[in-house]
Design a protein around this ligand. Structure first.
Ligand code: SF4
Length: 306
């Protein structure tokens, strides 16, 4: 490996989209600088805010938790907690929970665990066995978002921070474009304002490629849960991941360009699609219709729920 462009030390990576060779220290600084910038850009902290971190235990959420704790955690006028959603996936989720609890103990922050079984009377393993027309991930994504929002709101959070990285974000943009779902595209987040019942989402890692979150975790020696969910191969987003990684391979910087184009388009999109008026679903969660999407999916599973 070549020498670090900044200090001449041994480089641990070549950042292909910028052409820079970086050693461990300068690579970490390169990541931290962009996350600090994103947090400043997305948050308008005035003092007294509370942030719930969505922490599954995977590398992205663990890196996000460490970075937010490093950057904001020492402020006296800021409070954070971690929320882990236990979807009820037998061979996958159980080992992540004690790992996150241990880390929260070290960082001195509260760890909240909410489970589908307690909230909805069903596990994802049961959904996977019985599911009807949609992929397992389609149920899981909707139920997890609702569970996360409820837990964060009940804790009194002003923000939910997720570990979504640049790859996830570029995939979501491309997916909604390909589906022609412009309204959803306009609402991808990060959210710039709060709506009743809906905790504002922020995305500290949205400019950091997935490979860089992995390398950051390795260089800093962070422990994370690296098992793959058994249902992951079914996810629709895999096709978009493949297309984007081929494009990135041929044309380094493609993911950044997609995000930059999206951010430029967002102003126009946001004025064309004003935030929808939200009402309270019978479950207490915000919805644009009588019944929220989570309740709609749960009703389709009525025969097998506790
Ligand atoms: Fe849920 Fe799909 Fe993610 Fe597994 S891969 S945790 S089923 S969204």
């Amino acid at each position: 490996m070549a020498a670090c462009d900044r200090c001449g030390g041994k480089a641990v990576t070549l950042v292909r989209y910028s052409g820079a060779h970086l050693c461990g220290r300068h690579f970490c600084e390169f990541v931290e600088k962009r996350v600090r910038h994103e947090l400043r850009r997305q948050l308008d902290l005035r003092g007294g805010e509370r942030m719930a971190m969505a922490v599954s235990g995977g590398k992205d959420s663990i890196v996000a938790l460490h970075l937010v704790a490093d950057i904001l955690g020492r402020r006296k006028d800021f409070e954070m907690c971690a929320v882990t959603v236990d979807e009820g996936i037998g061979r996958y989720r159980p080992p992540a929970i004690p790992l996150v609890s241990g880390l929260c103990g070290e960082l001195g922050i509260e760890h909240i665990v909410v489970s589908f079984e307690t909230l909805y009377g069903i596990t994802m393993d049961q959904v996977a066995e019985a599911r009807r027309d949609l992929s397992t991930c389609s149920y899981c994504g909707v139920l997890r978002r609702a569970a996360m929002n409820k837990a964060a709101r009940e804790w009194g959070a002003d923000f939910i921070a997720t570990g979504l990285n640049l790859d996830d974000t570029a995939q979501s943009i491309l997916m909604n474009l390909c589906r022609g779902d412009v309204e959803r595209l306009a609402r991808l987040g990060p959210h710039t304002s709060a709506q009743p019942g809906l905790v504002r989402r922020v995305q500290p890692l949205r400019t950091i490629p997935e490979g860089e979150t992995t390398l950051y975790a390795i260089v800093r020696g962070l422990r994370y849960h690296d098992l793959e969910c058994p249902y992951a191969p079914e996810a629709v987003r895999n096709s978009y991941r493949d297309v984007l990684s081929q494009l990135e391979d041929k044309f380094p910087g493609t993911r950044h360009s997609i995000l930059k184009s999206y951010d430029e388009l967002l102003q126009g999109l946001s004025s064309a699609y004003q935030p929808a008026r939200l009402v309270e679903c019978e479950c207490g969660e915000p919805t644009t219709r009588d019944l929220c999407k989570a309740c709609e999916l749960l009703r389709s599973l009525d025969g097998i729920r506790r």
